[in-house]
Design a protein around this ligand. Structure first.
Ligand SMILES: *Cc1c(COP(=O)(O)O)cnc(C)c1O
Length: 417
């Protein structure tokens, strides 16, 4: 296979070039984490965990302080009690949007699961999860305005309503074929929002964005960020959870939503052995994110060379850990996702097949052979099976494994008529 050999070599060269450029970011993120661990005196007793109410859990409180410092926040709340990224984002909105308030998205439609949770999409009767679903915005009387991202970022400011309560910015592409936002672009949106709607809370869905740059959104004028621990900041080790970081009075409000008013952050048992994984995961996260990004550059280069449209291209500075690939045919898409599953450390023998997922209009095919169930910090791919047959590839804790998976996928794609 001389043809694939030379494509693989070329893709690897792209990775080496990228790695050199990225090295200052990698160093800066490691410096931030190292300084935070040292300043907050992380010690063995932080890993002990707690039971029952979890009062006085020193490890839990210290981890909050470490996250706050890494993300340049006044305060942070890092909890395994956040069931998912959607849960933490939804709790934030629930805490910040009283009846009659106004939610304004500056980056088009929010991520699928959040759009559903907010009740922004027809919640018709049907599948099990739809039945009995509440519409958050409808029931609470929260108005919703959606501003579309324009390619040059122009025209957004004039559209921001002055009575906005929360302006919502999604950093990652999520599952759209659009570029992710840089922290600089998020800063520009935050400044526009503060000019037009000075009273609004500027909130960023930070999923898939952490550690892809040397700055984080709070440094550029966001008030609050939130994300999932089974994506970037958990370093592949965090077994579950989410975080929120930003202005102290806002973090306190979210803590009271997570538990109860008057109790807030002071309860929440952390179990027997999960705390060490949260700490060690954050410690490794700058490194694992760089492994994910290397995998993304490699995949973009290799699949791009085979003629598939990819976003971001290897020479574009993608600001998240996701690669979108347009396969153009259902067969190629399925072959690709099947081979990613086949190269996974867990369930490599399981054949990924399209299935009717509750809440989706088209069948969805997923490769998720991960140690932590559903973790997209680990190499995974998923796609709704519909034209133009776009797959989203993300994660990968160690670049050589990602390269092996892609080498196998490309061979299978070339064998597919
Ligand atoms: C993954 C993701 C979410 C939701 O996180 P889950 O843990 O899957 O619920 C929200 N927004 C963005 C941009 C994401 O990538």
């Amino acid at each position: 296979m001389p043809r694939t050999d030379s494509l693989i070599q070329a893709a690897h060269q792209d990775v080496l070039r990228w790695e050199e450029e990225y090295f200052p970011v990698l160093m800066e993120n490691h410096r931030k984490v190292a300084a935070a661990f040292s300043r907050h005196r992380v010690s063995q007793d932080c890993f002990a965990g707690s039971s029952g109410y979890g009062y006085g859990d020193h490890g839990r409180d210290t981890l909050d302080a470490v996250y706050a410092e890494v993300f340049r926040a006044e305060d942070a709340l890092v909890r395994v009690h956040f069931a998912s990224g959607t849960h933490v984002l939804m709790l934030v909105l629930d805490a910040l949007l009283p009846p009659g308030s106004h939610l304004v998205s500056l980056t088009g439609a929010p991520y699928d699961t959040l759009t559903n949770a907010l009740g922004l999409r027809g919640a018709g009767p049907g599948t099990g999860t739809d039945r009995g679903r509440q519409s958050f915005c409808g029931e609470r009387g929260v108005r919703y305005t959606q501003i579309e991202l324009s390619p040059d970022g122009g025209g957004v400011e004039e559209q921001i309503p002055p009575d906005a309560t929360v302006v919502f910015i999604q950093r990652s592409r999520g599952y759209e074929f659009r570029p992710s936002l840089s922290v600089g672009e998020i800063g520009a949106l935050c400044r526009a929002a503060s000019r037009r709607a000075p009273g609004a809370v500027r909130m960023v869905d930070n999923c898939y964005g952490e550690f892809t740059q040397a700055e984080e959104p709070l440094e550029e004028g966001a008030d609050l960020i939130a994300g999932s621990l089974i994506k970037n900041p958990g370093g592949g080790l965090a077994p579950a959870g989410g975080y929120v970081a930003g202005k102290r009075h806002l973090v306190e409000r979210i803590a009271e939503r997570l538990t109860a008013p008057g109790i807030g952050r002071h309860v929440g048992a952390t179990g027997g052995d999960w705390m060490r994984l949260l700490y060690q995961g954050l410690y490794l996260a700058p490194r694992t994110v760089s492994e994910m990004l290397k995998g993304r550059v490699f995949a973009a280069s290799l699949l791009g060379a085979l003629g598939y449209e990819v976003s971001p291209r290897p020479d574009e500075s993608g600001r998240d850990t996701v690669l979108a690939i347009r396969f153009g045919s259902a067969r190629s898409l399925e072959v690709f996702v099947e081979s990613i599953q086949g190269a996974s450390p867990v369930d490599s023998h399981v054949l990924a097949r399209p299935w009717e997922m509750p809440g989706y209009d088209d069948p969805v095919i997923m490769a998720a052979g991960t140690f932590v169930s559903g973790a997209t910090s680990e190499l995974s791919a998923d796609a709704p099976v519909r034209p133009p047959y776009t797959a989203y590839l993300q994660g990968g804790l160690s670049f050589p494994y990602t390269r092996i998976a892609l080498e196998q996928a490309v061979l299978r794609l070339l064998e597919t008529p």
